[in-house]
Design a binder for this molecule. Structure first.
Ligand SMILES: NC(=O)c1ccc[n+]([C@@H]2O[C@H](COP(=O)([O-])OP(=O)(O)OC[C@H]3O[C@@H](n4cnc5c(N)ncnc54)[C@H](OP(=O)(O)O)[C@@H]3O)[C@@H](O)[C@H]2O)c1
Length: 264
């Protein structure tokens, strides 16, 4: 069944990918910063599913992180058949009110590490004429999002980059796909300092394993992207096709404007 490398595997969607893939008999390499959580998950997956689970503790905002992950994978003697660039975070609030370093780290993690890991692992897949890369974008990537401005822009990058690589690699035996979840149960909203009331827009959050099942089904169908989580998310990502962009962006600004700075 091969080996999957999953970044951001210590919680949420990444941990759910690890669980579902291990259940299907895949070996996994789990990457994130939280060593204890990764090791606990690896031990559980090995004993529950009889697969091999390796742990790489790495802060992916560090410039040399992708190269370090690549070298560690080589030293483990495993070949990566499925790369899941999942690690990422958001940050809620007006651009100038939010910490500059957190914003720069977000760009480095959500974009920089994802591109660099792809650069390291894609050539091997092309040589073998097999392999897949799943990049976790978001429905936030389909339109600008005031008060999540950097986050939405990073996910627009991930979506655009992944679809371009999907087309470039179609005749090379490698499948690249963008996964675009809507609001999903995870630690995301806490990490983003996101108000509970805005988290799901009034709907219930989708369980992470549902996102994973839909993503893996789309992978089998060789889609270039998949919007997971139901009809509400489909409507959201298509809104920019029917509404003038200023109307759409103003509507989102109204919805997401922090209470303290809202206009009377
Ligand atoms: N939840 C949603 O509603 C939603 C919707 C659309 C898209 N997404 C995307 O889904 C992906 C997974 O997020 P999630 O919802 O599962 O959130 P989560 O539970 O907060 O998981 C984020 C993962 O990223 C890892 N991570 C964070 N900073 C890192 C760093 N500097 N270096 C290495 N790993 C780091 C975290 O592990 P450590 O803290 O241990 O490093 C954790 O495993 C993200 O790309 C997110 O943007 C989420």
């Amino acid at each position: 069944m091969g080996t999957a490398l999953i970044t951001g595997a210590s919680s949420g969607i990444g941990a759910a990918f690890a669980e579902v893939l291990a259940q299907r008999g895949m070996n996994v390499v789990l990457v994130a910063r939280s060593e204890d959580r990764l090791q606990q998950l690896a031990d559980t997956l090995e004993s529950k599913h009889g697969i091999r689970a390796d742990v790489i503790v790495q802060d992916l905002t560090k410039p040399e992180a992708a190269a370090a992950v690549f070298e560690t994978v080589k030293s483990l003697g495993v070949e990566i058949d499925l790369l899941i660039n999942n690690a990422g975070f958001g940050d809620y609030g007006a651009f100038c009110d939010r910490p500059r370093q957190k914003q720069l780290d977000m760009i480095q993690l959500n974009i920089g590490a994802l591109v660099d890991l792809t650069h390291h692992f894609l050539p091997q897949m092309q040589q073998r004429k097999s392999g897949s890369i799943l990049n976790i974008a978001s429905i936030a990537g389909f339109q600008p999002m005031p008060y999540l401005s950097i986050y939405a822009a990073t996910k627009a990058f991930v979506l655009s980059f992944s679809e371009a690589l999907w087309a470039e690699n179609q005749d090379k035996g490698v499948h690249v796909m963008a996964v675009c979840p809507g609001p999903t149960e995870s630690s995301f909203f806490e990490a983003a300092d996101f108000p509970q009331t805005l988290a799901s827009g009034g709907q219930s959050l989708v369980p992470a394993p549902v996102v994973v099942q839909e993503a893996l089904q789309a992978l089998e169908q060789k889609q270039s992207n998949v919007v997971t989580g139901g009809i509400g998310n489909q409507i959201m990502v298509n809104a920019s096709r029917f509404l003038p962009r200023p109307t759409l962006v103003n509507g989102i600004a109204k919805l997401f404007r922090p209470k303290a700075t809202s206009n009377p």
